[in-house]
Design a protein around this ligand. Structure first.
Ligand SMILES: [Zn+2]
Ligand SMILES: [Zn+2]
Length: 376
């Protein structure tokens, strides 16, 4: 393996060998394989042919944000046989997120995860784009969980590095463990719904929309509210309704890390797959489940929309129908009216809570800007 050479003339050279990308292969995996085909360490290869500082190509999230000039350069060096765009995660732009480069490109992507059974079955092992999507934590082919780290030493994978500059990318760069030897991580029968919800999420990404009741909603506008719901569940302990679901225990018992952006990365991949499942469940049978979740947790319009950047219209409408938005000072009510409203709710079998009172009386019981709370 060639390392730390310096032949400036290579910068103008095209690649000698151009491996064909495999199904769903990610750019960094293809670049690493191309480097190996040149018998050159990936860091040296990107340095020599593409003029990157060693490791820089792989540190700068090239899979997501590689610029157009460099894409063109790589395509030219590959005799235009390879569509570099198609190997990049930006193919998800407009599906998972409206515009992946503009705001937080890594919200919906993680570091490299992998399925050991896939790698074992590959004639030439390679890394998939899906394995970096935050929603993809279970291999749908082998129905097992993905590894987020080296199974042996728990280091994050970096396929551009080589253990002691000797072992190939199929080994952990830190401890040398052969990644294919990772034990298949089965999914407990009780949690198999995680896979079903994951499939629904990927169907939504593929279709570009999800049907919510009468309304088709663009997929990226749908995923926009995942952070908000994750926050309600993980940070604000709004668990009622979903706590009856078989996936809830995985979220409840999950250890929370100090990551806050995006909030769902607080928990590990296994708990994430349960969390996303629960969010999908909230939007199932639309808007029945959403309404049940909102009412039983006593959530107000404010609780559900605050800090959501550009609240999507479909979500605003749905929330507003369940727990309306009112200006805090617009209506005043008397203690008697609140009591009557309470009796009415009771007589109709509904719970007397902030959300139901707000809906009935048309003023915001969730707000701290008025004194309505003192009437309860
Ligand atoms: Zn697999
Ligand atoms: Zn390791």
């Amino acid at each position: 393996m060639i390392k730390k050479i310096n032949f400036p003339e290579l910068q103008n050279e095209k690649f000698t060998i151009i491996p064909l990308p495999f199904e769903d292969e990610i750019l960094s995996s293809w670049i690493v394989r191309t480097a190996y085909a040149h018998k050159t360490h990936p860091h040296t290869f990107t340095n020599q042919y593409l003029n990157y500082r060693p490791h820089a190509f792989f540190l700068t999230e090239s899979d997501i944000t590689l610029d157009e000039d460099m894409i063109k350069t790589i395509e030219e060096k590959s005799y235009h046989k390879i569509d570099i765009h198609s190997l990049m995660l930006k193919t998800y732009s407009g599906y998972i997120q409206e515009n992946i480069y503009e705001n937080n490109p890594t919200t919906f992507f993680t570091h490299q995860k992998y399925c050991p059974v896939c790698l074992r079955e590959d004639k030439v092992p390679y890394f998939r784009k899906k394995w970096r999507v935050v929603f993809y934590n279970i291999c749908h082919k082998h129905q097992c969980r993905l590894y987020e780290h080296c199974p042996e030493c728990k280091t994050k994978l970096d396929i551009s590095k080589m253990y002691e500059n000797k072992l190939p990318y199929t080994h952990c760069h830190h401890c040398g463990f052969k990644l294919q030897r990772g034990r298949r991580l089965p999914i407990h029968k009780k949690h198999i719904l995680s896979l079903e919800y994951q499939n629904k999420i990927f169907q939504t990404i593929e279709d570009g929309y999800i049907q919510l009741g009468e309304t088709p909603v663009y997929s990226f506008l749908f995923f926009e509210v995942f952070s908000k719901l994750s926050k309600l569940i993980l940070l604000n302990s709004k668990h009622r309704f979903i706590d009856k679901h078989s996936l809830f225990s995985l979220v409840k018992n999950a250890e929370q890390h100090k990551i806050n952006h995006p909030i769902f990365k607080k928990i590990d991949a296994k708990a994430q797959s349960a969390l996303f499942g629960l969010i999908m469940y909230i939007f199932e049978d639309f808007s029945h489940n959403l309404e049940a979740y909102i009412l039983v947790n006593d959530l107000t319009y404010h609780d559900l929309t605050t800090k959501v950047q550009d609240i999507p219209f479909w979500y605003e409408t749905a929330v507003n129908e369940i727990t309306p938005r009112y200006l805090p000072h617009s209506v005043t009510v008397t203690k008697e009216e609140v009591e009557h409203a309470g009796q009415y709710l009771k007589s109709t079998g509904k719970e007397i809570n902030k959300a139901n009172l707000t809906k009935l009386l048309g003023c915001n019981f969730g707000s701290n800007d008025n004194k309505l709370k003192t009437l309860l």
